[in-house]
Ligand binder design. Sequence first.
Ligand code: FES
Length: 164
Amino acid sequence: MRFSINGADHEIDFDIRTSLLDLLREHLQLTGTKKGCDQGACGACTVLVDGERINACLALAVQYQGRAITTIEGLGTPGHLHALQAAFVEHDGFQCGYCTPGQICSAVGMAAEARRGVPSVVTADLAATQIALDHDELRERMSGNLCRCGAHNGIIDAVRQVLA
Ligand code: FES
């Protein structure tokens, strides 16, 4: 089966029951994408598919053939950080760092959702026609990504600096 991951094509044979998360980590050694809960609750496994964020642990890999999959490895490198990665460093947006790849992929997808006018709970409550990515709005939109170290304020500051 053929996959497009971080701009490169891959031909991979695997058990069709394999999740996208396991395909990335175990078949392609793209271990930047993390396995936390493995049941859709923590966001550590967030990747982008055609620019939209998904939890890779809940996705059957076979369903994503031919789609443009982007992982943290496709957003930045140690020598050339993505602007969000640099902002996370600047704002102490992590402690252990385990959730960080998922947080950053999620933020990229979140910004695209906001630009398309996809409402959050906050904006739906306000019946907002224009989305202002203020602190509360960003907290809501990033609420699917947990940080057990409690670095959420730094994470939101970093996201807000780059994307809001
Ligand atoms: Fe996928 Fe937690 S590992 S949501």
